[in-house]
Design a protein around this ligand. Structure first.
Ligand code: RTP
Ligand code: MG
Length: 147
């Protein structure tokens, strides 16, 4: 079953949007298999955003993601990686459609509330950056057969 790494960023935690964001993934039918409120270390942030190293927004991005607690999560389900990106919405706030998390709640591209993995390879390295294997819980859901 496909897994993805989702993270409510410091702005989402500060604005009290953890519950709203978690609700959307639960209601879609995905399964939460790991989650924690945590501070992102500089090393974790640099590993997480390695693909952006050298870009003009990199320093600002690392400073932002380490600036306050985040809510890190692992979710599981069919096509959870691309479907999560659809629920999250476009990176650029001017393009994020209403109905998506960013479209409904984010004003600025720099403060866009939530991260979602963009590929299976990214998901694996991002999950490993934040979770030990024994922090992920496998359990069966009674309603799984209808989703
Ligand atoms: P994320 O990784 O945070 O889930 O966001 P994303 O995939 O939608 O966007 P990505 O291209 O990976 O960029 C990571 C974060 O960097 C900031 N960003 N700023 N041109 C810019 O000023 C710019 N481009 C990207 C955004 O905050 C984005 O979420
Ligand atoms: Mg990204």
């Amino acid at each position: 079953m496909e897994k993805t790494f989702l993270m409510v960023k410091p702005d989402g935690v500060q604005r009290g949007l953890i519950g709203e964001i978690v609700k959307r993934f639960e209601q879609k039918g995905f399964q939460l298999i790991g989650g924690k409120l945590t501070m992102v270390t500089r090393a974790q942030a640099e590993f997480h955003y390695a693909e952006h190293e050298g870009k003009d927004f990199y320093e600002r991005l690392v400073n932002f993601i380490t600036s306050g607690p985040v809510f890190a999560m692992v979710w599981q389900g069919d096509q959870v990686i691309p479907l999560s990106r659809t629920l999250i919405g476009k990176t650029n706030s001017l393009e994020a459609a209403p109905g998506t998390i960013r479209g409904d709640y984010a004003v600025h591209t720099n403060f866009n509330l939530i991260h979602g993995s963009d590929s299976p390879e990214s998901a694996e390295r991002e999950i490993g950056n934040f979770f030990q294997a024994d922090e992920l819980i496998t359990y069966s859901k009674v309603v799984q057969q209808w989703i």
